[in-house]
Design a protein around this ligand. Structure first.
Ligand code: C2O
Ligand code: CU
Length: 485
């Protein structure tokens, strides 16, 4: 069946205030459509997968972790039939895509969840090129391996690389052992592990607001994690049997990096190589060269690497967790493989900070005085058993009201000692700087006790989640709704 837009039914949302389905349909009709429809079928089901010498039972799309990549051109229509072979209801959310609201995949807000054994048809125009991904928006299912890349190619892009490699980083838990549900139940019961007050190094002198957000001079903390993970994966492999990227010296590889983890920020580096950052959350930036960068949960970066001669470790280090790094291999010559546990010096080199990122001319959000301002205060209660936005968990949330056409300023104030990668659905906001709207993002890390100012152009009517992309913080309350009146 094709689902119809449902009226908001969430506890605490009150009477429906969102736009009518006619408004949503009109917004969709105004989008450029290439005339091409890409049709896919996606089955969510329990599976047994080999993570590289480690065979596990988990939940996945089409039997693989990560799931199958979907690739379209900007302006294409994507038509996906989701078949639910799970014992629980599920949905798919298309992370970062400015799509029609009724296809956003948020149960109770934009659609009914798909019952076990059921199916649903998604169909929407994909407006903007970039690196996106998709995952369920039900509970903590995304932390079980249900995630995959959605690559939106730009036929008009200048290129500037010879090969493309998508890398999905994941902190993986299985469904039957140290399961997401077990983790969640434990957090509900015990709150944060180890007191959780060591999330910020003292004297880390970044400013109190604006673009200072996250950089090498402000680590996210010694123990940012609530959840103990049995494995960290690059493209579904544990370090023992890593994915190998085979290339040729001098080739330029565009890595599309996606942090699909539920609870882990990753510090990424390629031994022997610098990274030229070209895109942040899918949108182009003025290229900047760094040694390493940090990806919060839900963030994406595209980086170009010019391949050196040899075999090199590609590592994703769980930030502040002390867990072993996820590994892949870049090889352009024969010779010994990098050892498991390799720590390339680049990890300690120049690290990307948000302040380094500027949008390209095409990606600039034109400066405009805000028509409306909202504070989004991030809080914690009961020792980490409840996570709050503006003092409330989602069950009691007050929607952030906006009207179509407005420029909206959101001030994300983190009053906790943990970092929160904050994500807005259906829009790509701009980080606010002293010189105007800066880098475009849909997910942005707000470091412990710090503030990030962002601006959103309210051009996509609907009911849109604003939430922490730590799956556990979100599920324990740290979610709100940007609600068009
Ligand atoms: Cu990637 Cu609301 O999600
Ligand atoms: Cu959080």
């Amino acid at each position: 069946r094709v689902f119809e837009p449902t009226a908001p039914t969430l506890v605490g949302l009150g009477a429906p205030v969102g736009p009518s389905s006619a408004v949503v349909a009109a917004t969709e009709a105004a989008r450029h459509f290439t005339g091409t429809t890409v049709t896919r079928r996606l089955t969510a089901a329990p599976v047994t997968v080999d993570l590289g010498g480690r065979t596990v039972s988990t939940w996945a799309y089409d039997g693989t972790v990560p799931g199958p990549e979907i690739r379209v051109n900007a302006g294409d229509r994507l038509a996906v039939t989701l078949v639910n072979g799970l014992p629980d209801p599920t949905t798919v959310h298309w992370h970062g895509v400015a799509l029609r609201n009724d296809m956003d995949g948020v149960p109770g807000l934009t659609m009914d969840p798909v019952a076990p054994g059921g199916r649903v048809d998604y169909a929407f125009t994909v407006p903007d090129p970039g690196t996106y991904w998709f995952h369920p928006h039900v509970g903590i299912q995304l932390d079980m391996g249900m995630q995959a890349a959605l690559i939106v190619a730009d036929p008009h892009e200048p290129g500037g690389y010879d090969e493309e490699v998508v890398m999905v980083l994941d902190d993986w838990t299985d469904g039957w052992g140290d399961s997401p549900q077990v983790n969640l139940d434990r957090m509900r019961r015990d709150g944060m592990r180890g007191g959780g007050m060591n999330g910020m190094s003292s004297g880390s002198g970044m400013g109190g607001s604006g673009m200072g957000g996250v950089s090498a001079s402000q680590p996210l903390g010694a123990d940012t994690g609530d959840v103990v993970y049995p494995a960290h994966l690059i493209n579904g492999r544990v370090p023992r049997d890593p994915v190998t990227v085979t290339s040729v010296p001098g080739h330029r590889i565009r890595f599309r990096l996606i942090n699909a983890g539920g609870d882990t920020a990753y510090r990424f580096a390629v031994g022997g190589h610098r990274l030229t950052v070209t895109h942040a959350d899918g949108f182009p930036v003025v290229p900047v060269e760094v040694d390493t960068l940090l990806l919060g949960m839900g963030e994406r970066y595209d980086v170009v690497v010019t391949v050196a001669d040899g075999a090199f470790p590609i590592v994703a280090v769980p930030e502040g967790k002390g867990d072993p790094a996820a590994l892949a291999v870049l090889r352009s010559a024969s010779g010994p493989a990098p050892v498991v546990g390799a720590r390339p010096v680049e990890l300690g080199g120049r690290m990307l900070s948000y302040a380094d990122l500027a949008p390209t001319v095409s990606a600039v959000l034109p400066a405009h005085a805000p028509d409306r301002e909202h504070d989004v205060v991030l809080g914690m209660a009961d020792g980490g058993r409840r996570w709050l936005i503006n003092g409330a968990t989602f069950a009691d949330h007050q929607p952030l009201l906006v009207a179509a056409g407005e420029r909206v300023a959101l001030t994300l104030r983190n009053q906790t000692m943990m970092f929160h990668p904050m994500h807005l659905h259906g829009h790509t906001f701009a980080a606010a700087t002293s010189s105007g709207p800066g880098v475009r993002k849909d997910t942005i890390i707000v470091a412990p006790m710090q503030t990030m100012a962002i601006q959103v152009q309210a051009d996509n009517p609907g009911q849109w989640m604003v939430h922490c992309h730590n799956a556990y913080h979100a599920e324990l309350g740290m979610m709100d709704v940007l609600s068009y009146q």
